[in-house]
Design a protein around this ligand. Structure first.
Ligand SMILES: C[S@@+](CC[C@H](N)C(=O)[O-])C[C@H]1O[C@@H](n2cnc3c(N)ncnc32)[C@H](O)[C@@H]1O
Length: 224
């Protein structure tokens, strides 16, 4: 289970609106942040697509100053908060830059990336856009680089029902999350898409202590 927020990140969040702080703290408790971060190399260029308020990107940067982390998100409001977080991370010795991007048609920023992280974003895209984004991300990996996906699996059923009800609330009722599509796939389906993109894939189901069916799908580009 995640140990929660990095102490420096708690400080970095101090100037954010209370609602954003609560959202980030809640997500840190309900999401396998440590397991995800452990899949990312301790040094190198790291891209997070759909970084939101930069919870994951900031955690990665604070864990290891050898990581040079870049995050982008389609939501300008979230990026305004993420910019405050990034400034505090930089002041604490980490390397993090964030910007607005990803209107669906924009390409993945040029690599080579040692890791590309996509956490709970793909289900917001139409299936064809999911595949375009993943093959573009795979093409920008350095030899030996990893594409790390955190998605919700299609079992166990009670966790799937709970997670999907919450996402409908977040996207369609509360509108906390930008995105008009809700297209989930199973972890095995994501693995097949990454294999199709030429990556060697492993799947870890990391939902044991959570009410959500969290899965990590990790694709590695073969070394040169
Ligand atoms: C559930 S949030 C996850 C945020 C972050 N990855 C995390 O794990 O905390 C999904 C994010 O995907 C972003 N998003 C949706 N479509 C996107 C796109 N086409 N490009 C980039 N970001 C996108 C949303 O704005 C939102 O911040």
């Amino acid at each position: 289970m995640s140990v929660g927020l990095h102490p420096e990140l708690v400080q970095a969040m101090a100037g954010l609106p209370r609602g954003v702080r609560w959202h980030m703290a809640g997500r840190a408790r309900s999401f396998p942040l440590d397991a995800l971060c452990a899949e990312v190399p301790a040094a190198g260029r790291v891209l997070e697509i759909g970084c939101g308020h930069a919870l994951v990107a900031a955690s990665l940067a604070l864990q290891s100053p050898g990581r040079h982390v870049v995050g982008y998100d389609i939501d300008a409001d979230k990026i305004r908060s993420a910019e405050q977080v990034a400034a505090a991370v930089t002041a604490a010795g980490g390397n993090l830059a964030v910007s607005v991007g990803g209107d669906g048609g924009s390409p993945v920023p040029a690599g080579p990336w040692d890791a590309v992280v996509i956490a709970d974003v793909l289900y917001l895209l139409a299936p064809a856009d999911q595949e375009t984004l993943l093959s573009a991300a795979a093409a920008e990996l350095a030899p030996g680089g990893v594409l790390v996906l955190k998605e919700l699996d299609d079992h166990p059923a009670p966790k799937v029902a709970f997670a999907r009800a919450e996402e409908v609330l977040a996207t369609r009722v509360l509108r906390i999350t930008a995105g008009s599509h809700l297209h989930w796939r199973s972890a095995d389906d994501w693995a097949a898409v990454l294999e199709q993109a030429g990556l060697k894939v492993s799947v870890r189901r990391v939902h044991r202590r959570y009410p959500y069916p969290h899965a990590l799908i990790v694709g590695r580009r073969p070394p040169a």
